[in-house]
Design a protein around this ligand. Structure first.
Ligand code: ADP
Ligand code: MG
Length: 412
């Protein structure tokens, strides 16, 4: 069985596509093209809202935005991934609650940028979007869109935040607010941080407690390895309240333990022993002690796995991280309960065909899995996953090989 590969566009090709869509839709020339990457998280899942650590890389797959300023104060948006009609609204009317659907992710950034950076003087603009980031695959097409728009607006309206890492952290914050408050989707911040602050050839160690990042050299090819990403094509169903429920449970556990976040738990056994009663969460849910313990165990052990992964990377022992990936998957499946049949099958089949380790990545309930694979076994592992999906009656998966690529910026 041949496995479908989702190839990353050459940046010049992405810029050409976005520019052509802009010309066709707006009968004008854009001021330029900006782009931002999707991301895949190596390890550290569901830690970003717990003050924890995560370790994403930016994908070579990017979202391209051709953008030009408009004198009439209106925002016009079109996307090759949507129905290509033009969405339109006065900039002044773009506020939380006013924008439905995908334009919220893009126009929302214009709102949040002004809120975050009150001296930014934004005006109307038109933007045409095209992307090779798999859509809704847990590879963060949403942050790629927000962050591409953010660097474009930052540039054409001379806001100047994209020039420094501190400025990019502010842009990331604006993008998070756009996604949370305008698009109305919960997100913890890893995606936007990866898209804006990652660097090519490096994994990004993001400490969500203080917002700091470290760039760790990440070159699997030098070790004869590759990172195979499996897009399960199972719709990821974070919207159904599971994500909010996990956040709420973690908040309840932290509150009971008397810590700001679960990052502050230093003695896991003592914490588990203390979580011995049913609690009412901040959102008013009743949470059983065994659920509190399982969620806490995942978060605390997952943060420790990130630390161990980073140590191995620093020692040039990336070939040894496989068991950490496997343990992360087991923890997400059993303790955090955010896996699903497609993810479990992908991970099992990859391991059975020679992957050194594999796990679900992203929020879960669908989306993508990653497998650490010897370069010469990539095709065999992909074929084995496809065969297993076929046997299970699942939609055929798609694959991509992830190299650590560069952050959002101007492309043309
Ligand atoms: P993920 O970020 O994992 O791909 P999300 O559900 O968070 O999945 O975000 C997907 C949504 O983001 C899409 O349904 C759409 O609303 C918006 N989006 C992402 N990329 C684009 C694009 N190229 N054009 C228009 N909307 C996009
Ligand atoms: Mg997303």
């Amino acid at each position: 069985m041949t496995a479908a590969r989702v190839r990353a566009w050459d940046p010049a090709d992405g810029a050409r596509r976005a520019t052509e869509l802009f010309r066709a839709r707006f009968a004008a020339e854009p001021d330029g093209v900006w782009s931002a990457p999707g991301r895949v998280n190596l390890i550290g899942e569901h830690t970003d809202y717990n003050g924890g650590l995560c370790l994403p890389i930016a994908l070579p797959h990017r979202t391209y935005v051709a953008l030009g300023t408009a004198d009439d104060g209106r925002v016009r948006l079109t996307s090759a991934q949507e129905d290509r009609s033009t969405w339109e609204m006065p900039l002044a009317s773009v506020v939380p609650g006013a924008v439905d659907g995908w334009p919220g992710y893009a126009a929302g950034v214009a709102w949040s940028l002004t809120v975050e950076q009150p001296d930014a003087r934004l005006g109307g603009f038109a933007a045409a979007v095209d992307s090779c980031v798999p859509y809704g695959a847990g590879l963060s097409s949403s942050a790629a869109l927000e962050c591409a728009v953010a660097v474009a607006l930052d540039d054409v309206f001379a806001v100047g935040l994209a020039a420094t890492d501190a400025g990019r952290a502010r842009l990331a914050h604006a993008c998070i607010r756009a996604e949370n408050e305008v698009a109305g989707a919960a997100t913890g911040g890893m995606d936007q941080t990866a898209a804006l602050r990652a660097s090519a050839g490096h994994a990004l160690l993001y400490d969500t407690r203080d917002g700091s990042v470290q760039h760790l050299p990440f070159d699997l090819a030098a070790h004869g390895l590759a990172l195979l990403v499996v897009d399960t094509r199972a719709p990821h169903r974070l919207v159904d309240g599971q994500y909010a429920a996990r956040r709420d449970t973690c908040a309840a556990a932290a509150l009971h333990l008397g810590v700001d976040t679960l990052r502050e738990v230093t003695d896991l056994d003592a914490a588990l022993a203390a979580l011995d009663t049913e609690l009412t969460s901040p959102a008013g849910a009743t949470v059983a002690p065994e659920v509190l313990r399982a969620r806490t165990r995942h978060v605390v052990t997952e943060i420790a796995r990130v630390e161990r992964f980073v140590e191995l990377l620093a020692q040039g022992r990336v070939a040894e991280v496989g068991p950490l990936l496997d343990a992360s998957h087991a923890s997400l499946r059993d303790d955090y309960q955010v896996s699903c049949a497609e993810l479990d099958v992908a991970v099992e089949a990859a391991r059975g065909a020679g992957a050194l380790g594999a796990r679900m990545t992203g929020g879960g309930f669908g989306g993508s899995a990653i497998a650490l694979v010897p370069v010469d076994a990539v095709d065999a592992v992909a074929a084995a996953v496809s065969t297993a999906f076929d046997a299970a009656g699942f939609t055929a998966p798609a694959f991509l090989v992830a190299d650590a690529a560069g952050p959002a910026g101007r492309t043309a």
